[in-house]
Design a protein around this ligand. Structure first.
Ligand SMILES: Cc1cc2nc3c(=O)[nH]c(=O)nc-3n(C[C@H](O)[C@H](O)[C@H](O)COP(=O)(O)O)c2cc1C
Length: 367
């Protein structure tokens, strides 16, 4: 039977347990997107806290893809050296670290990128987003930029990359019929909507070889009327499996106001039954797909995490907000103090991050 503290492998990446720190925008990068000592210390703390695999926050692959202030960037070779320290620190504690490579698409910040954001199709939603349709040459450029970002991540020593295709950002917009109304080979059928991600995966593979870990994060559902659905998630996962993806992280929702759920739902999770936002999606995935499943969203207690692994509903347990509040949570659980995570899922951690002050749990001293 699978166990939480099994040693496992994703591709060649050897992991000391089944716990993952889900990508988390910390708002701590330098203004040019490079990494610094503060971020390195944060990663070290997570590694000391026994997180087996750390996924960095979303790093923009080119300058049209930025969404947040003090967001990590990986758009230029000059940034590579800034990452070497953080990788070394994490490795020194026996954990692994991969970079989440991303483009915010129609959700990019016009103010930060100093131009109009683009997505698969032009779209205007009042007080929410306004973007223009991408030209074909911009699609080809994006594939090259994702590939170059992965090459840079490898040069910096990262153990792999995670392609961010969730949460209503560029690649998730391509997958979603709500955002993607293209009439060419990148729109229409689910095969066409998945094409861009598959081409990115293929480009990275052919450049970096079979042994480099390439993961992806996708939505199980957009929770938008006319958006991406669970059954499409299974189809996309099957295509990714055939194309040689190494693991899939399942998430859901977007940060758009029209989405019924954001990926980080607000609201305290009081009981075991309220945990695991994407339990049904995980079940569907596991019935059809054999690529390792990293499950994120609303997992808060040791017992639930253990059950997910032992019942084979997931292969890895991914946590975001609980590790902002308690970076040592996994160590605490491993040492036998298995009381649930003390995070109350209030999302107040976004407040200092958006204000440029960097992430922390604002409830720190209140519980
Ligand atoms: C402050 C904050 C920043 C986040 N940044 C990212 C990110 O950079 N990339 C990403 O894929 N998800 C990001 N997420 C979403 C989380 O990775 C995760 O999917 C979500 O919070 C649900 O997990 P949880 O219930 O364990 O918090 C972020 C969430 C929070 C709260």
């Amino acid at each position: 039977m699978k166990k939480l503290f099994d040693k496992t492998k994703i591709n060649q990446m050897e992991l000391k347990n089944r716990f993952v720190r889900s990508a988390t925008w910390e708002g701590l990068a330098n203004p040019d997107g490079s990494c610094n000592q503060e971020l390195a210390e944060l990663m070290l703390e997570l590694a000391k806290g026994q997180v087996g695999l750390i996924i960095t926050s979303h790093a923009y692959i080119n300058q049209t893809g930025q969404v947040g202030i003090r967001q990590l960037g990986i758009y230029s070779d000059q940034l590579i050296s800034s990452y070497i320290k953080i990788v070394e620190k994490v490795h020194s504690e026996g954990s692994k670290i991969i970079m989440q490579i991303a483009h915010a698409g129609g959700r990019a910040s016009a103010q930060l990128i100093k131009s109009q954001p683009f997505g698969p199709s032009s779209l205007e939603i009042k007080d929410c987003m306004m973007c223009r349709e991408m030209a074909k040459n911009e699609i080809f450029q994006t594939i090259g930029d994702f590939k170059n970002a992965a090459v840079r991540a490898k040069k910096a020593g990262f153990d792999g990359v995670q392609i961010h295709a969730a949460h209503g950002y560029l690649l998730s917009e391509f997958l979603s019929p709500f955002f993607n109304e293209r009439k060419d080979e990148y729109g229409g059928s689910i095969e066409n909507r998945t094409r861009l991600i598959l081409e990115i995966l293929q480009a990275i593979r052919s450049e970096l070889g079979k042994q480099f870990a390439i993961l992806v994060k996708i939505n199980s559902d957009d929770f938008i009327e006319g958006g991406f659905t669970q059954s499409e998630m299974v189809q996309v996962s099957a295509m990714l499996e055939s194309a040689g993806i190494d693991a899939v992280e399942l998430s859901g929702g977007t940060s758009l106001k029209i989405s019924n759920c954001s990926s980080s739902r607000v609201g305290e999770i009081d009981s075991k039954e309220e945990e695991v936002y994407y339990r049904d999606a995980a079940k569907l995935y596991k019935e059809k797909i054999s690529v390792p499943l990293i499950l994120v969203g609303g997992i808060r207690s040791y017992r639930v995490a253990k059950e997910l692994i032992e019942k084979d509903l997931a292969d890895y347990i991914s946590l975001c907000r609980p590790l902002i509040r308690e970076p040592n949570l996994i160590k605490r659980w491993q040492e036998g103090d298995i009381k649930r995570a003390t995070c109350i899922s209030c999302n107040e951690c976004f407040v200092p991050t958006r204000a440029g002050k960097g992430i922390y749990c604002v409830m720190e001293n209140q519980r």
